[in-house]
Write a protein that binds this ligand. Structure first.
Ligand SMILES: C[S@@+](CC[C@H](N)C(=O)[O-])C[C@H]1O[C@@H](n2cnc3c(N)ncnc32)[C@H](O)[C@@H]1O
Length: 305
């Protein structure tokens, strides 16, 4: 029954001008359609002519256009890359130690320090990361090259980026003690330091809070107090709330080299206010402390007794 109803409603073949009921449109409507078609044709023709003129006029400008676009193309591409990287970091949300480790472990060339650092930087380009940035890294390198430390303490190892960066500039007799609160992070970070090619004779990972680690440092470092031995460089990159208590503990335990020790305080997100307490302590202790340099993200203080 339904099939019959449909076939009777279908328009007869060859009657394209009719609607489904077979009724022709009124004459006035046909006229309007024709006028519309004429206007459309005129528009098409004139737009074609316009395009042609545009092409003709732009030919002499082509070399200048190529020059300008090739000059700015790089910047546009870099801008697009940075925008995309920023979006990816935003979307990915939280810092993930396992993901950082897996990326660096699988993509770097094992045994090549520079490759390890570059792979960390590559990861941080498109993922949220707590590792120190290349900008902080370069400032850190400058201090390490100037101080030439033989005993270094890093508080806040994370995935080992800073440790690798420090270790590569230490003299052959140099030693790094690096402290990490979180056991999984400490384990994965230690593996990366080994992947970079360093040996346990050059570094030691202490899996504990900075406060606990400082209490054991004297025996770990096997310091000869009579010879005036101590730490030559301390990198604080853990919890800014702990910077002052840890500095006081290092002093109390007599772990800072009396002939001179540089203490680097890292602060992220330009939150220099985090350092207010420790800096007011330093300025009150002008007898043995001074501020050596202040950067946007790092302050170097110098201790000498
Ligand atoms: C900003 S990340 C350190 C980045 C690292 N220095 C680098 O170069 O990649 C801070 C690390 O400090 C650790 N941490 C936080 N508070 C700590 C504490 N009181 N003692 C030891 N480690 C701590 C965190 O678990 C985290 O892994």
């Amino acid at each position: 029954m339904a099939q019959n109803t449909q076939s009777s409603a279908a328009p007869p073949a060859g009657n394209e001008g009719s609607n489904t009921l077979g009724i022709s449109p009124p004459l006035s409507l046909n006229g309007a359609t024709e006028r519309g078609e004429i206007v459309l044709t005129v528009l098409l023709v004139s737009s074609k002519a316009f395009k042609m003129w545009l092409v003709v006029l732009s030919v002499p400008l082509l070399p200048a256009f190529v020059m300008v676009s090739s000059r700015y193309c790089v910047n546009v591409a870099a801008l697009c890359h940075r925008a995309l990287a920023w979006v990816l970091r935003l979307v990915r949300g939280r810092v993930c130690v396992r993901s950082t480790h897996a990326f660096v472990f699988s993509k770097c060339t094992h045994g090549k320090v520079d490759s390890v650092l570059e792979t960390f930087d590559l990861y941080a380009d498109t993922h949220p990361s707590l590792c120190i940035s290349p900008q902080i890294g370069e400032a850190l390198d400058k201090v390490v090259r100037r101080v030439c430390p033989s005993r270094v303490l890093e508080l806040g190892m994370h995935c080992g980026y800073g440790s690798v960066r420090l270790l590569r500039l230490l003299p052959s007799s140099g030693r790094l003690i690096t402290v990490e609160l979180d056991p999984l992070t400490a384990e994965l970070g230690e593996e990366i330091i080994l992947v970079a090619g360093f040996k346990h004779s050059q570094f030691q990972v202490s899996t504990s809070s900075s406060a606990e680690a400082i209490l054991t440092l004297r025996s770990v470092l096997e310091l000869n107090q009579e010879a005036g031995e101590g730490l030559n460089l301390v990198l604080m990159d853990h919890d800014p709330q702990q910077y002052l208590p840890d500095l006081l503990a290092l002093e109390r335990e007599e772990l800072l080299c009396p002939s001179g020790c540089s203490i680097l305080l890292i602060y992220r997100n330009q939150r220099a206010g985090d350092l207010r307490e420790i800096l007011s302590y330093i300025s009150a202790r002008a007898d043995c402390y001074c501020i050596k340099s202040k950067l946007q993200f790092m302050t170097e203080i110098f201790y000498q007794k």
